[in-house]
Design a protein around this ligand. Structure first.
Ligand code: NAP
Length: 282
């Protein structure tokens, strides 16, 4: 039987490209999206594609969504790609905690809920893979994005433990670590706290960071397709590593993180992000 992948947040960006890549690889795909009409317009019409409505934070809807996906697959899923996510910006000092909790519900717990529902059948079948769309931001943290990075560290930490649990049971677990990917991600990013009002101790840092991100995006940003390619490669190659950097920027940042101690890496990152944010007070 043809293998089937389930992708969360599949209507746009990396999720959509991932669905398209698996379809091109002759798989069947279930695109879990919040807006099925928009997804139908964005994704190709294909008998091997099923679009289902799913907000991953709607715990009551997850069991039926996964059951629908398994029915379409005709059995256990061969791959699940927890991808839904967005970023929240705000200084660690005053980032809106209610918003941060909501982001964790999507980026971490919602995706975990979906994978938990898929795993029993995959484990019993003794095959398949979970390809988590994490980030190089699960290994380093940018200023004003600490809560977002916390969700990605959390996703990679969860995946790392799950990988060991599943190791002898035939289900592989991988984390993708893209750098800057040119999608709608920056438009979906929510800004909270003092920086949202252009006020406070971190307003100047925010202005610099926006410029730094723009330059990074222009110089090193990639499209979503290489991330989708990495997801497909991991799903189809049993020898794929656990952590998979995607993009030259991801490699560069990962290498720098390995090369420097914490102090040295802070300076390196300020340079990379083009931030003039001074030295610690003596
Ligand atoms: N872009 C980057 O530079 C980058 C780098 C590293 C990692 N990532 C990660 O890649 C993943 C995809 O991001 P992207 O770049 O493709 O951004 P994107 O174009 O903004 O897509 C995000 C997707 O997540 C979906 N989503 C958000 N909240 C959801 C929820 N509660 N339930 C279901 N779906 C939800 C969105 O659905 P709607 O269409 O309904 O809004 C959208 O399809 C994210 O996890 C992100 O953290 C992105």
């Amino acid at each position: 039987m043809t293998d089937t992948v389930l992708v969360t947040g599949a209507g746009r960006g990396i999720g959509r490209a991932t669905v398209e890549r698996f379809l091109a690889g002759r798989w069947r795909a279930v695109a879990a999206v919040r807006d099925p009409d928009a997804a139908r317009a964005a994704l190709p019409a294909d008998d091997r594609l099923k679009i289902i409505r799913l907000d991953v934070t709607d715990a009551g809807a997850v069991p039926d969504a996964v059951a629908e996906a398994e029915e379409f697959a005709g059995g256990p899923l061969a791959c699940v790609v927890p991808n839904a996510g967005y970023a929240l910006m705000g200084a660690a000092e005053d980032v809106d905690l209610a918003e941060a909790r909501r982001m964790f519900e999507t980026n971490l717990f919602g995706n975990v809920d979906v994978v938990q529902r898929c795993l029993p059948a995959m484990r019993e079948a003794g095959r398949g893979s979970v390809i988590c769309v994490s980030s190089i931001g699960a290994r380093v943290t940018h200023p004003l994005l600490s809560m977002y990075h916390a969700t990605k560290y959390a996703m990679s930490a969860w995946a790392e433990g799950m990988r060991i649990e599943l190791r002898p049971l035939g289900v592989r677990v991988h984390v993708l670590e893209p750098g800057m990917v040119n999608t709608d991600f920056s438009m979906a990013t929510r800004v909270t706290g003092g920086i949202a009002a252009g006020e406070g101790a971190y307003a100047a840092l925010f202005e610099q960071l926006k410029l730094g991100f723009r330059a990074w995006r222009q110089e090193m940003g990639i499209g979503p397709e290489p991330v989708a390619e990495a997801a497909f490669a991991a799903a189809t190659d049993p020898s794929a590593p656990f952590r998979i950097a995607v993009g030259a920027d991801s490699e560069l940042i990962g290498d720098a993180r390995e090369a420097w101690d914490d102090e040295g890496f802070q300076d390196w990152l300020l340079g990379f992000l083009r931030l003039d944010w001074g030295q610690p007070r003596a």
